[in-house]
Design a protein around this ligand. Structure first.
Ligand code: PGA
Length: 258
């Protein structure tokens, strides 16, 4: 096993309401209280950040509070957007950048993903930088070039000093919310290539320390075989993060990583 502490994030996406986000938070805190040696984060929708934060804080939980997105400008006329300082004011510690739904549904470019990641890191937040190929890109043999382009662009001008606050999430777009999962070997191959590129962009030490987590239809039944791969350091979980009974076993699989 590597020295990298496993990391599991629950991306609630545009789900839950005031009641269910609170119930889910309380349930997670209680069920995960005894889990150690895994970093855990939840990413509720913006309107529920403060109430989820209160629950995590009041119960002394180590679960990190995450945001699903952020804008890179500090303030001003950007209707609908949320700044880094606003997130910090609400107790947010970590933010997702470049999630495939932001890239492919909302049209975010590599450049905007990079602006967001840089601003979040400069603001002192942790970043989970998501990369991943579409089905068409995979079928036409472009998996590696796409992931490399997204990684290079996402980390452009991010200094090595910031890399201790960066986690990379490999999320093949064809596996997100589809029930299709990359095989453990497919995931391992891509993760190893991402780590190699981190070594080229920075150095061997940074590559060895950076966590690379897998996302895409991760569930209790497939988590162990994926997170046991040497270069898979945990997971970013969508659908299965909305139910305690589905999410907790994924965290436990990460805890048991060999
Ligand atoms: P999924 O989503 O687990 O529902 O496939 C993963 C993600 O988008 O982070």
């Amino acid at each position: 096993m590597s020295d990298r502490k496993p990391y599991v994030g629950g991306n609630w996406k545009m789900n839950t309401n005031r009641t269910t986000s609170a119930d889910l938070s309380r349930g997670l805190v209680d069920s995960l209280r005894t889990v150690s040696n895994v970093d855990i984060a939840v990413f509720p929708p913006f309107p529920y950040l403060l109430s989820v934060r209160s629950i995590l804080r009041d119960r002394g939980s180590a679960i990190k509070l995450g945001a699903q997105d952020v804008y890179f400008k500090p303030d001003g006329a950007f209707t609908g957007e949320v700044s880094i300082e606003m997130l910090k004011d609400c107790g947010v510690q970590v933010v997702l950048c470049g999630h495939s739904e932001r890239r492919h549904v909302l049209g975010e470019s590599d450049e905007m993903v990079n602006q967001k990641a840089r601003a979040a890191l400069e603001g002192g937040l942790e970043v989970i930088l998501c990369v991943g190929e579409t089905l068409g890109q995979r079928e036409s043999g472009h998996t590696d070039p796409v992931n490399q382009r997204q990684l290079r662009a996402g980390l452009a001008e991010v200094p090595g000093d910031f890399m201790s606050r960066v986690t990379v999430a490999y999320e093949p777009v064809w596996a997100i919310g589809t029930g299709k999962t990359a095989t453990p070997q497919d995931a391992q191959d891509v993760h190893a290539k991402i780590r190699k590129l981190l070594g080229n962009l920075y150095n061997r030490d940074i590559a060895d320390r950076t966590r690379i987590i897998y996302g895409g239809s991760l569930k209790a039944s497939n988590a162990a075989e994926l997170v046991d791969q040497p270069d898979v350091d945990g997971g970013l979980v969508g659908g299965a993060s909305l139910k305690i009974a589905d999410f907790v076993p994924i965290v436990q699989a990460a805890q048991a990583k060999r």
